[in-house]
Design a protein around this ligand. Structure first.
Ligand code: HEM
Length: 130
């Protein structure tokens, strides 16, 4: 799909740019002590997590709905129930994504728009107090 500015997928820069964002997100999760809390919830290899988040975000940003085609309805909240997610985990996820967007050089207004949308979804994943 060519980069099409009318979707967030296009505004980010298309498939390769979305993949680069996800790769940076999980690289940072691996590298930065500040994200060790959420890193510990993930499997030792992040390869599957990278693929799934890429496929999901492709559709969520208005590009090809790869996740749904492969796995059906995301049921995102239900799929996160095995992991204890509170305010600290939500905030680490957001900080990691915001750092990845910054380092990938996304346009500032786009970063803000996406951060607001991510924040809603991340908050909805909370399944424990604190
Ligand atoms: C709020 C903090 C969050 C934490 C701590 C968290 C953590 C996790 C963990 C541990 C997994 C399992 C990884 C694996 O099986 O490889 C996962 C899967 C996933 N997460 Fe999150 N997540 C959070 C928020 C989000 C948000 C905001 C999104 C979307 C915008 C998202 C999208 C996904 C997707 C698509 C999967 C794969 C689901 C599957 O098919 O099993 N997550 N997450």
């Amino acid at each position: 799909m060519p980069a099409n500015e009318t979707t967030a997928f296009g505004a980010v820069g298309g498939a390769d740019a979305v993949r680069a964002l996800i790769d940076r997100f999980y690289d940072l999760m691996d590298l930065e002590p500040a994200y060790a809390g959420i890193r510990a919830l993930h499997p030792s290899s992040l390869d599957g997590s990278r693929d799934k988040l890429y496929m999901f975000l492709s559709g969520w940003l208005g590009g090809p709905d790869l996740y749904q085609q492969r796995f059906g309805h995301p049921r995102l909240r239900a799929r996160h129930l095995p992991y204890a997610i509170g305010i600290a985990e939500r905030d680490q996820w957001m900080a990691c994504m915001e750092q990845a967007m910054q380092e990938c050089g996304l346009d500032t207004a786009l970063q803000e728009r996406l951060a607001a949308a991510f924040a809603n979804t991340a908050d909805w994943m909370r399944n424990k107090g604190g």
